[in-house]
Write a protein that binds this ligand. Sequence first.
Ligand code: AMP
Ligand code: MG
Length: 319
Amino acid sequence: MTIISKDISKAISLLKNNAIVAIPTETVYGLAGNIYSENAIRKIFEVKKRPHFNPLIVHVDSLKKVEALVSEFPEKAKLLAEAFWPGSLTLILKKNSTVPDVVTAGKDTVAIRIPNHPVTLGLLQQLPFPLAAPSANPFGSISPTSATHVENYFKDAIEMVLDGGTCKNGIESTIIGFENNEPVLYRLGSISIEEITKIIGDIKIKNKQEIAPNAPGMLERHYAPSTKTFLVHDVAQFIKNYPDKHIGVLVFSKAIVAPNIKKLVVLSKKKNLKEAASKLYKSLHDLDNLHLDMIVTETFPDVELGKSINDRLERATKD
Ligand code: AMP
Ligand code: MG
């Protein structure tokens, strides 16, 4: 029995009754619950098998609702909000006392975003509470970019996936917080560093191990397929070492032909990094589902969304 549905009123009624519902966003699907329902929040952690020290992102549909949840809103955060919301930017701001500790894992900050998806914006407008929603995947696995991905992960463990089609951006939000009022980028994502610096100038980047204990999205191994996956500079050369293997290959723009390649995915023939990012997880899901001997991917150009793609591929291929 499918749990996928477009029925917003059903989602509203489930969420009002402390259930959790998977929701579409322009980044990836989220697993959502009422931030004020301890039951709902507990279920999110349980179903995802997410460690309790890993805080959730809060989703609202307006700046007014953001302001009601925070005690400080630095000038540069306002500039970023103005430039990118609704959109794929998460801001970490000092929370006020109404935001429950279970959502923020006891931190005095809260991660917030206004997602840019018509279905979920409509849903949030009609709810009397914000939604906490981490990505709708079991902890450590590839994030879901379609309703079917979510259903395949959770089967009957959740009651509903609100269907909003394929996620347009297909990679998680960029996360920015503040230390001594200065912006710090904690997670590379859907909005590039270049776009961010255009608005607020240079930004410190701390997306590697430094904050790993606080931000499991930043753990070294994450976003991983179950098929053994390699990230290399020269795919054609690398796969020559495995003539007898059945290999799935994922490349940026240029096709490779070899007898051991059983499936080839070219992410963007036009060399468009946004297009590549949007197809990245879907392609990894598809390749993983073929149960080949290995998946081999290539390093992307280290600019714009290429940086975010490389970040995810590095984590997906860590032992
Ligand atoms: P996910 O929603 O699964 O993409 O993960 C959300 C990411 O945001 C995780 O890496 C969290 O650790 C991070 N995050 C959420 N709230 C905070 C916070 N208050 N401080 C630092 N990181 C946070
Ligand atoms: Mg996640």
